[in-house]
Structures are given as C-alpha cells and as structure tokens.
Design a binder for this molecule. Sequence first.
Ligand SMILES: Cc1cc2nc3c(=O)[nH]c(=O)nc-3n(C[C@H](O)[C@H](O)[C@H](O)COP(=O)(O)OP(=O)(O)OC[C@H]3O[C@@H](n4cnc5c(N)ncnc54)[C@H](O)[C@@H]3O)c2cc1C
Ligand SMILES: NC(=O)c1ccc[n+]([C@@H]2O[C@H](COP(=O)([O-])OP(=O)(O)OC[C@H]3O[C@@H](n4cnc5c(N)ncnc54)[C@H](OP(=O)(O)O)[C@@H]3O)[C@@H](O)[C@H]2O)c1
Length: 446
Amino acid sequence: MSLKVAVVGSGPAGFYTADALLKSEDPPVEVDVIDRLPTPWGLVRLGVAPDHENIKAVSRAFEKTAARPGFRFFGNVEVGSTVSHAELLAIYDAVVYTVGAQTDRRLGIPGEDLPGSWPATAFVAWYNGHPDFQDLDFDLDTERVVVIGNGNVAIDCARMLALTAGELAPTDTVDPAADAIASSPLREIIMLGRRGPVQAAFTPPELKELGELQDAEPVVDPHDLDLDAASKEALELDRDRARRNYELLQEYAAREPARKARRIVLRFLVSPVAILGEERVEAVEIVRNELVVENGRIVARPTGETKTIPCGLVLRSVGYQGVPLPGVPFDESRGVIPNTGGRVDGAERTYAAGWIKRGPSGVIGTNKKDATETVDLLLDDARTGRLSVEATESLETVLGRKGVHYVEYAGWQAIDAAERAAGEPRGRPRVKLVAWEELLRAGRPI
Ligand SMILES: Cc1cc2nc3c(=O)[nH]c(=O)nc-3n(C[C@H](O)[C@H](O)[C@H](O)COP(=O)(O)OP(=O)(O)OC[C@H]3O[C@@H](n4cnc5c(N)ncnc54)[C@H](O)[C@@H]3O)c2cc1C
Ligand SMILES: NC(=O)c1ccc[n+]([C@@H]2O[C@H](COP(=O)([O-])OP(=O)(O)OC[C@H]3O[C@@H](n4cnc5c(N)ncnc54)[C@H](OP(=O)(O)O)[C@@H]3O)[C@@H](O)[C@H]2O)c1
C-alpha cells in the first residue's frame, strides 16, 4: 500500500517535497499538494519579479513533478479554514507544511501604518497579480519613493519602479501596475541600508541589473563606500558576494550622471526612525548609523544625527514573516513552525519544509536540499512504522461535504492555457487572471 502524504503549499518547497516523495519506491508514495490559491508555484508566480521570466521558468521542472503518477493538486483549499490540520491527519499518513512566509516583518517605528507606507510584500503581490492584492491603491503620483531595506526584494521593488513602458511590455506585470509605473512622474527611488555596503544582503547579479536599465541609473555617494576597520577586514576575507557588490558600487560611484529619467540612489548606514505625514506619507526621518562589532557580528548603532527625506511613498522591505496555522505548533519569535530537521516538534506525523521551516531566506534552489532533508526523515519514519492511519475518508469526500469547489491540476492547466493565449497577441508570456471569480471559473472542471 502506498503512503499517503498531504503537502500544504505549492511553492518551490512544496514541489521539491512532492518530487522527492514521488521518487520513493520503499515505500511508494501518493502526494496531494494543497494550496489556498487556485494556482500553484507560490512565490515563483507571485513573488519573483515579472521581468525575470527566465527564473519563473523553473515552473517547468514543477510541471514534470505534477506529471508523475500519484500526484494530485487541490487549489482553493486553505488549511486552517477550509480544512483543519486534524482533518488532514485523519486522511493522510503524514502532513508536510510548505506554506512559506505569508506576511511582512514590522519596523516598529512611528508612522509605519500611514497611508502610502506599504510592506514590499503587498507591492510585490500587486504587480504580480496576486488575487488578494488587486484592490490596493498604490499611488505612484510622486517624484520620490523610499525603499527601506537592502535585500534582493528591495532591489526588485526599486528596479520594477524604474522600468519603462518598453521594458514592462514583454513581462507579465499586471496592467494597472505596469501603467502606474510607466506613467508615474517618479524621478528618484532611494534605497536605505541600515548597515554598510559590505553587509548588504542583495546579490551581485541583481545589483548589476540596476546599471543596465533603459531609462534609470544607479547613484552611489563615494563617501558611503569609506569602510570602517571591521568591514575592511570582512571584505578582504570575502571572495564572492560582498567583494563583487563592493566593486559594482565603486563603479556606480565613479560613473558620470547619464541624466536618465529615474535615479536609484543606494544609501548606506541609515535607518528610518519615523515615517512622517499628516494624512499620508510626506517624508521619512532617518538617523545616521555607525557600525560596531557585537558578539562577533557587525551591527548598526544610531549616531543621533538625523535627517528628513521628503517622499510620497514608502516600501518597507525588511523581510517576510511566517504566520501561525491553527492547531500546528508555531515559534512566534522566529516566525517558523518549530522543527528538528523538518520533523515538527511536539506534533505527530507532521513535517515542514521551505521558508516556514527555516525562515524567509534563500533562493528557489535552497528549498530543494531543505525539502530533501525533510523527506528523508519522513520516509525513515514510514519505514520504522511510525506513520500509519486508518483513513476512513478522502480529501475529495471531505471537501464535497463542505461544498468546496477545489481546483484540480487540470483546472490549473486550463487557467495557464487561458493566460498564455491572452498573452500571445501582446508578445507577453501570459496575461494573468487576477480576480478570484475569474480564476475559479477558468479552473472549473469542463
Ligand atoms: C519578492 C520575492 C522575489 C524572489 N525572487 C527570487 C528570484 O528571483 N530567484 C530565486 O531563486 N528566489 C527568489 N525568491 C525566493 C523564493 O521565492 C523562495 O525561496 C521560495 O519561494 C520559498 O518557497 P516556499 O515554498 O517555502 O514558499 P512560497 O513560495 O511562499 O509558497 C508557499 C505556498 O503556500 C501556500 N499557502 C500558504 N498558506 C496556506 C494555507 N494555510 N493553506 C494552503 N496553502 C497555503 C501559498 O499560497 C503558497 O503557494 C524571491 C522571494 C521573494 C519574496
Ligand atoms: N533575484 C533573486 O535571486 C531574489 C530576489 C528576491 C528575493 N530573493 C531571496 O529571497 C530572500 C528574502 O529576501 P528579502 O530581501 O526579503 O530579505 P533579506 O535578504 O533578509 O534582506 C532584508 C533586508 O532588510 C534589512 N532590515 C531588516 N530589518 C531592518 C530594520 N529594522 N531596519 C532597516 N533594515 C532592516 C536587512 O538588513 P540587515 O542585514 O542589517 O539585517 C536586509 O538588508 C533572500 O534570501 C533573497 O536573496 C532572491
């Protein structure tokens, strides 16, 4: 008899988990991948920037997993509301959570919730067509935007804001976002890094792209590249990310202004202390930092020297954050499901992989090794007889009783085909369906 496993979440971690499980012969495994959305691929569809079509193409590997015998997809099924963890445990031998990090980390400063101050999570979901984020009113009628944070998501946001209509045209950016970006009077996008250039979390290929845009240019103040002793030492030891980033920043600092329409200003050693405005965002108050070594780590310490940057929009890009699921253990301080190598602590037959297992960092490929670790433990548990349940019902029966219209994999294929067909005459990879009703209609069995 096959082992029956539910994988909750159809992003990279979910698909790498499903793939590793479906390759098992001892025991053979059947996998149901469940997602709250009618569409699979998680952040590959709804996070990765639309102008990075080659990265989104990783979904082709996930399609191969979906074609394996024993795979099924259940879209429009939210675990925690549509079905509970306890219900899944009654149906499946094991449940693997790969639900990612569904919200944003907070800054905890005054003015954070003023209209016009947005988490990057929402901005990214808006331009990528996430059906829960299409009614948001991103007012880009401003000359200056401040992006807080120095990671790759901050770079994605800054770059997306800097694209021209011509650069946006061949992407699957949703129309309202592409129109708002292209027609904005935006002149300056300022990225704020709380530490120095050597500690920046973004990676060289992403930083390099900022120097290759059609009508926007990166701007770096050479004084921001003066290094303290600890950063100099860190740079000397680094052969990869920090060194290449630093070289690129030096190159940008030395460039003559090209007088392009938009400037992406990369600032370092500054933290936001307040977001200011009467009715909506009018400015960000920043403090200059210095770097100090604490417990072997280089950290930012405010100097007390403050300044105000006027702006009309703030994007807070300081990391994603996991959210708890009813009935599943949760570590509030780390925003993850507590686990040991993927086995969830204090919960029977329950596992985790991806961002909800280790926190919101790492690229798509990082989730493969992570999922493999979890699956190895799960299969060990199965072989030693720790996973077995007398299932009396199937997920379809439970969903049928509740009157839930779930989207099967064939339903997703119909959505995919409709989107691609709509994109073709416009020279775009797809035109996304972005409304829940549209998605559910297109994904309904014929
Ligand atoms: C903006 C952004 C851009 C990125 N760009 C790149 C890039 O260019 N290249 C790269 O290599 N990496 C990139 N990454 C990183 C990469 O996307 C992540 O490493 C990866 O998506 C994490 O995978 P995951 O499966 O853990 O989570 P996710 O991809 O977030 O998938 C989680 C899935 O779980 C579902 N879910 C959540 N809650 C429930 C529930 N209760 N019930 C059912 N389903 C649920 C969600 O709908 C989602 O489909 C980017 C990340 C972000 C945030
Ligand atoms: N193209 C790509 O490959 C791509 C694109 C997007 C995302 N990703 C990946 O997805 C993961 C998540 O990316 P991310 O950008 O969300 O996270 P991240 O890489 O962890 O970066 C978060 C940034 O926020 C800063 N920060 C945190 N708290 C702050 C505060 N209170 N005030 C000011 N700054 C603060 C951090 O600075 P400190 O370092 O000082 O903490 C860091 O610069 C990363 O692994 C990333 O590489 C990859």
